[in-house]
Design a protein around this ligand. Structure first.
Ligand code: 15L
Length: 249
């Protein structure tokens, strides 16, 4: 979703994934890279002016793949950034760092983490790395706790967590335009009617989400039965992730 949307932001965008990607277009470089491969990550980061770090495991999985991509991979990214001039980083964190809060709770960025699985724990680790590299070295990171970034909300929970791709692009523009950002936590969520997260600490970035999930409400109601009151999707901010087991293989 972001590949075409970010092309205006730099003369060259270096795109990377562990999987095959479409060949490079104008203004693009494509570098296949496993985040667990330290030397490859250093080559990837070299000469970059900014890093949008979306890579890694993005759902609940066994510990080994999470560990390789989201623990060692994040370490590799931060060490590579330190070695190559500390380009500003946008770190894709997740609402699953706080997934065990209930949907009637309103959170600010200083509320304790309550991860809802190994994936959520790995994102807490990433946030801690960002904070430590900022304190120790001055490395700047925008930690974006993404709600649900999809073209449209897929269920009733996502009416509250939806983050439109366009709002996300606008946030990325603000993050890389600002003269100094430090290491803020930003809730990655659109201007939806139902709000669980207080974004006032990120207002200094100048970012104001413009989209709302409200226009999809009727469609979600028509296509999905509202979950019963005791369903994880209706109880917890992290929804169904809270009901995932610890996957052993
Ligand atoms: C995430 O962190 C996942 O990467 C994404 O696939 C969604 O499930 C999203 O959270 C969500 O909570 O909806």
């Amino acid at each position: 979703m972001m590949r075409s949307r970010l092309s205006h932001m730099a003369d060259t965008i270096r795109l990377s994934d562990v999987s095959d990607m479409e060949p490079a277009g104008d203004g693009e470089e494509v570098v296949q890279c496993d985040l667990a491969d330290e030397a490859a990550v250093h080559d990837l980061v070299k000469d970059c002016d900014g890093i949008v770090h979306f890579g890694g495991v993005s759902v609940e999985q066994p510990f080994d793949p999470i560990c390789a991509a989201n623990i060692r991979g994040v370490y590799n990214i931060y060490e590579a950034a330190r070695a190559h001039g500390m380009p500003r980083i946008l770190f894709a964190s997740s609402n699953h760092t706080i997934g065990y809060y209930t949907q009637d709770q309103h959170l600010g960025v200083d509320d304790p983490m309550k991860p809802d699985g190994l994936y959520g724990v790995s994102k807490c680790f990433g946030e801690a790395m960002a904070s430590m590299y900022h304190s120790k070295f001055g490395q700047e990171t925008a930690i974006v706790r993404i709600g649900s970034c999809f073209p449209e909300p897929k269920n009733h929970r996502m009416l509250a967590t939806w983050f439109s791709p366009d709002d996300f692009v606008a946030l990325i523009e603000c993050v890389f335009r600002a003269s100094r950002i430090g290491c803020p936590i930003v809730w990655g969520v659109s201007d939806n009617e139902e709000q669980w997260w207080d974004n006032s600490a990120a207002r200094f970035l100048g970012w104001r989400p413009k989209d709302s999930s409200a226009r999809f409400r009727d469609k979600v109601d028509a296509e999905h039965k509202r979950p019963p009151a005791d369903d994880p999707n209706a109880v917890y901010q992290g929804g169904a992730f809270t009901a995932e087991p610890i996957h052993r293989d």
